[in-house]
Design a binder for this molecule. Structure first.
Ligand code: FDA
Length: 393
């Protein structure tokens, strides 16, 4: 005999827990099932353990999707302020770090505890360590077959996230279920991910790993102004993670180093005032010394500033303004913070997240083809889409 519930939610991550709270508040009998041993594992490790739980500036412009309009309805109906009100009601101390990014003062575990308390108050049941077998549908109810028996429900919400960090239990489950029910899935790829560099470039960058510098990172017309970090395998840091979501394998990215510094004026003044000094000494006043050394070495700049031919200085200024790099690849899902692409939004209703062609079936969170920038946007999408589905499921 199958157990009966009104709503079964698969995935006890950010989106699934928010959906359970909302559906439970409406009086629906909710069961959340997850194969992991603990709920909200990605919340726990997020934001360096302090969870960047939202961004006060979050809006549709901060998301990538084949249909940039799809996310508008859910984001407008559950805003960063709404989530912050919840955080404040639970007296969780928080702070704004930078660029509207809100973090817990203490621990990401405060957010998980808050969501569990809200689920409890809404009478939503949580079942962990429960692998899912088949999902069956007879046109009326869904039957979810688990190791611990079969559960039947009129609404089924898929909240199993994307493919990033498989060692934490990420699976392609949502895409498989979408395909089972005839819903399209857009191409998926790793997003918010460090980029790798080829061995020759890495050899030339010897000594740079660990060096961070303020940049504008560009790809086409998209640009982000934040820090970039040189690593043993390539490039990371917020500016690189942001631009990685727009970049595709083999394409170029461009960096403007230290965008606040007018290097043409700096070099001209240095030549006038003390032409005997070395170029790297001038650059090192504005950037890490190791990076200054690399730039002058790569362009063959040696000897006193006053003796440098104009074309070399022009080449250096060009490099500082527009350093072109062609990363051959990325670190992939192993370290990516998100998965780009996912369940095609054309198959879903933007108010409820319901599959248009399969009444009672919902997809929320990262599983859907809506991906946020770095900075609290992905959790805001998880809360907003979970809240939207919870109002209907
Ligand atoms: P999420 O991945 O959170 O949850 C999915 C759940 O489904 C998991 O509990 C999983 O165990 C379960 N599941 C998966 N497959 C299953 C299966 N086959 N059967 C049963 N259960 C299954 N975002 C942000 O806004 N601010 C931040 O600070 C960070 N920081 C961050 C750090 C790191 C290291 C990563 C990897 C990611 C972030 N993110 C982030 C992104 C954010 O964590 C992510 O977008 C959300 O957690 C997505 O929420 P979901 O609920 O959709 O999926």
């Amino acid at each position: 005999m199958a157990e009966r519930r009104d709503v079964v939610i698969i995935g006890a991550g950010a989106a699934g827990m928010m959906c359970a709270i909302e559906a439970g508040r409406r009086g629906r009998r909710v069961l959340v099932v997850d194969h992991a041993r603990a709920p909200g594992e990605k919340i726990r490790i997020s934001g360096g353990g302090r969870c960047n739980f939202t961004n006060i500036h979050a809006g549709p412009k901060n998301f990538l999707s084949a249909n940039p309009h799809f996310c508008k309805s859910a984001l407008a109906r559950y805003t960063p302020r709404d989530f912050l009100d919840l955080v404040e009601r639970h007296r969780i101390p928080w702070h704004e770090k930078t660029l509207g990014q809100l973090f817990c003062d203490n621990s990401a575990k405060d957010i998980i505890a808050m969501l569990l308390a809200e689920m409890n108050a809404a009478d939503a049941e949580l079942r962990l360590s429960t692998p899912i077998g088949a999902i069956e549908h007879d046109g009326r109810a869904f039957r979810v077959v688990t190791d611990a028996g079969t559960v039947e429900a009129s609404s089924l919400v898929i909240a199993t996230g994307g493919k990033s960090i498989p060692k934490m239990g990420a699976t392609a489950f949502a895409y498989r279920i979408a395909e089972q029910f005839g819903l399209a899935v857009t191409e998926t790829r790793a997003g918010l991910v460090p980029l790798t560099l080829d061995p020759a470039t890495l050899a030339a960058h010897e000594g740079l790993p660990g060096v961070a510098v303020d940049v504008i990172a560009r790809h086409g017309k998209t640009e982000f102004r934040e820090a970039a970090l040189f690593t043993h395998r390539g490039l990371s840091g917020p500016a690189i993670l942001q631009i990685s979501s727009y970049w595709r394998e083999g394409e170029e990215i461009a960096l403007t180093l230290c965008p606040d510094v007018d290097f043409a004026a700096v070099v001209a003044a240095a030549r006038r005032e003390n032409g005997r000094q070395a170029m790297q000494t001038v650059l090192a006043e504005h950037m890490p010394k190791k990076l200054a050394q690399l730039l002058v070495a790569e362009l063959g700049i040696d000897g006193p500033l006053a003796e440098q031919p104009g074309r070399r200085i022009d080449a250096l200024l060009q490099r500082l303004r527009d350093w072109r790099l062609r990363p051959p690849g990325s670190e992939g899902y192993r370290t990516a913070e998100v998965t780009l692409g996912g369940v095609d939004t054309a198959a879903l209703d933007s108010r409820s997240m319901a599959a248009k062609a399969v009444p009672g079936l919902y997809f929320i969170g990262e599983a859907v083809d809506v991906t946020g920038w770095l900075g609290g946007y992905n959790f805001q999408w998880a809360w907003a889409s979970g809240h939207a589905a919870g109002g209907y499921a």
